[in-house]
Design a protein around this ligand. Structure first.
Ligand code: GUN
Length: 287
């Protein structure tokens, strides 16, 4: 079997197109422009790349984009003061604090200081609780993008066996909640899971979100299953720098029914969902 490649890049472009249309209608009919503020503390190279790309796409869909770049040694009080200002700014509907933060900053305190209605990452404890209890919330962008691709590919997910490998707050746990919300039978596996391979082999939907390059190989995959690869790992092979996922693409694609590539799968959907969440936050703020 050779898997269908789920083209996240094309899907994300369609989502951004729909967001742009809605943004232009909001401007014409209501004189409102959604605004997104991204806060980056320090100069982590990978975070720099993401933040630049987020800013560019925010402007492309017609939104107001603000970037705050703070020094590595920014005091927690100064960061909290900036967030308070953004919380109170009526032109800003979404606030994203890029993670990871430098070690001297308390990430939980910082994230929970964002107004939950502006928390477009869906990381605030209120949004986590709302999602966990099936209530209207801001949904984390990466799992939301994965769910959209799965629904687009399969239609109804109900009754499918889903295995999420990885238990992070950013991806693994919210992904499991979303799949449960779509009536999948969900297993969260992780580094301590016994016989991970056998657990994965039971999956109709296998979400790889472990952060370990090419850890999931074809022998973990049930024939015909859908593999969603959340990993973005920079490796060097044969003297060349390469971006690879948490799934080994060639061996998984030989067994799976469908698979997301890296790059061009989950990554572009994450930013598209961030823009969609910002639009949602703006619409909710304006009734
Ligand atoms: N760092 C890696 N992924 C993310 C994300 O989705 N949101 C934020 N804020 N930081 C990240």
């Amino acid at each position: 079997m050779t898997a269908t490649i789920i083209d996240g890049k094309a899907f994300a472009a369609r989502v951004r197109g729909q967001v742009a249309e809605h943004v232009s209608r909001l401007a014409e009919e209501n004189g409102i422009q959604p605004g997104l503020a991204v806060v980056l503390v320090g100069a982590d190279p990978a975070s720099e790349v993401y933040v630049k790309s987020k800013g560019k796409m925010t402007v492309e869909v017609g939104m107001h984009s603000v970037e705050h770049r703070l020094a590595d040694d920014t005091a927690e009080g100064d960061l909290l003061a900036l967030i308070a200002t953004l919380n109170a700014d009526p032109k800003i509907h979404g606030i994203l604090v890029q993670l990871p933060l430098p070690a001297h900053l308390n990430s939980e305190l910082v994230i929970n200081s964002i107004d939950p209605a502006k928390d477009v990452d869906g990381f605030h404890i209120s949004n986590v609780g709302l999602l966990g209890t099936g209530q209207k919330s801001m949904v984390p962008c990466t799992p939301l993008g994965c769910l959209m691709m799965l629904r687009d590919h399969h239609g109804d997910l109900s009754g499918m066996n889903a295995v999420v490998v990885g238990r992070s707050n950013i991806v693994g746990k919210p992904m499991a909640q979303l799949l449960l919300g779509d009536s999948c039978t969900v297993t969260i596996a992780h580094s301590r899971t016994k016989d991970l391979k056998a657990v994965c082999q039971g999956a109709d939907i296998l979400v790889a979100a472990v952060g370990r390059a090419e850890m999931i190989t074809g022998d973990y995959v049930k024939p015909g299953a859908t593999v969603i690869d959340v990993g973005i790992n920079r490796i060097e092979r044969d003297g060349k720098k390469k971006l690879v996922g948490d799934a080994e693409f060639a061996s998984c694609a030989a067994v799976a029914g469908a698979i997301t590539p890296v790059p061009g799968g989950v990554g572009p959907m994450t930013i598209a969902c961030l823009l969609a969440n910002t639009l949602t936050a703006c619409c909710r703020a304006n009734g």
